[in-house]
Design a protein around this ligand. Structure first.
Ligand SMILES: NC(=O)c1ccc[n+]([C@@H]2O[C@H](COP(=O)([O-])OP(=O)(O)OC[C@H]3O[C@@H](n4cnc5c(N)ncnc54)[C@H](O)[C@@H]3O)[C@@H](O)[C@H]2O)c1
Length: 325
């Protein structure tokens, strides 16, 4: 039976992916060092017979190597994720996101298995001055440690030689949507929560564009890559998202305000720059090559988070995010 090893599976996207694969009766091994004390996020999977959890660091490659056989896919999601957390814990981010993943790749390079999926980010496009939609061949312009390390690993993957597995790079748009390990530090999730609570919200770089994508669509995309013939994906890089979900921050706020009626809101559009990333992305390659199309709109995501906030009646004050370790 095919085995899927998900490194960083207890995180925001990982738990949605595990849920998705288990519902399809696939076998999943989740490896995670639980840096956010996020064991709670995988507790509901523990009863499932196709699920196994191993608490381990991706830098312990010996443990990971032992689990791999010829029927294995390895999906790398783990790391310190996002600009703020990588700035805050710069040394650790370097040791995990750059050195750790590089060493892991080297140690796996003599093994024979199915696919290796490295989850990268559209943040690699960084600051784009063009109005054109960027594709996988567009020039990268990473402006953070987080994105620079992703670019470094992408290059390493493309240089791997004499390997007996199929490496694939996926550049994810910015995620939104529900997860067992919520992240309220991501733009859409954060804006919905803050506006719902009518908190004071400062929005900087409000006219910058970015593409967004629902967590379930990421799980669907990973499944599509796993199922695809190697000849379509070997050492290929795919943007994952939908061009309809390229949004300016201001437009997201407008959509939210249509659903949350406030007499007076506390939103301030600030004319200062905190995060200059600005990119609009094209997702034609994954649509054409793998016949993959996303299902969920930004509007859907806003409604979903709102429903969650209404249902929990804010009793659950655990507004998780990648704030601190
Ligand atoms: N969330 C997004 O908007 C987004 C966008 C683009 C790309 N991505 C990529 O998707 C992946 C998952 O992101 P996420 O939002 O689920 O992040 P997350 O922070 O929720 O999950 C990361 C997981 O990795 C684990 N981890 C951290 N260091 C580890 C280590 N040394 N060994 C083992 N496990 C470790 C953490 O405990 C956590 O469970 C990342 O690679 C990220 O770069 C995410």
């Amino acid at each position: 039976m095919e085995k899927n090893i998900i490194i960083g599976g207890a995180g925001y996207i990982g738990t949605v992916l595990i849920d998705y694969l288990l519902k399809k009766n696939k076998q999943v091994i989740c490896i995670d060092s639980l840096i956010y004390k996020n064991r709670f996020a995988i507790s509901s999977f523990k009863k499932k017979k196709n699920f196994k959890f191993i608490k381990a660091d991706l830098r312990s490659s010996k443990i990971i190597k032992k689990l791999i056989d010829k029927n294995t896919n390895v999906i790398i999601l783990a790391g310190l994720v996002g600009d703020p957390i990588t700035k805050k814990y710069f040394k650790l981010a370097n040791s995990v996101n750059k050195v750790g993943i590089d060493n892991l790749l080297n140690s796996l390079s003599d093994l024979n298995f199915k696919k290796l999926l490295f989850v990268s980010t559209c943040s690699n496009y960084g600051l784009s001055k063009t109005n054109k939609l960027l594709d996988e061949k567009s020039k990268l312009n990473p402006i953070s440690k987080y994105a620079n390390d992703k670019v470094f690993i992408e290059k390493k993957i493309l240089k791997l030689k004499k390997i007996n597995f199929c490496p694939v790079i996926l550049r994810f748009a910015t995620a939104f949507g529900l997860s067992k390990r919520m992240r309220f530090d991501l733009t859409i999730n954060e804006f919905v929560k803050e506006i719902y609570l009518n908190k004071s919200l400062e929005i900087y770089d409000f006219d910058t564009y970015r593409p967004y994508c629902h967590t379930i669509d990421f799980a669907r995309a990973i499944d599509a890559v796993i199922k695809s013939d190697n000849k379509f994906v070997y050492k290929e890089c795919f943007n994952v998202g939908n061009k309809k979900n390229n949004f300016q921050k201001k437009a997201i706020v407008d959509l939210i305000l249509k659903k949350i009626k406030l007499k007076k809101n506390n939103i301030k559009f600030v004319n200062k720059s905190k995060d200059r990333r600005n990119y609009r992305v094209n997702f034609n390659k994954i649509e054409k090559k793998l016949k993959f199309k996303t299902k969920y709109s930004v509007n859907y995501g806003i409604k979903e988070i709102l429903k969650y906030l209404n249902q929990t009646k804010l009793k659950n004050k655990n507004f998780y995010g990648n704030y601190k370790i």
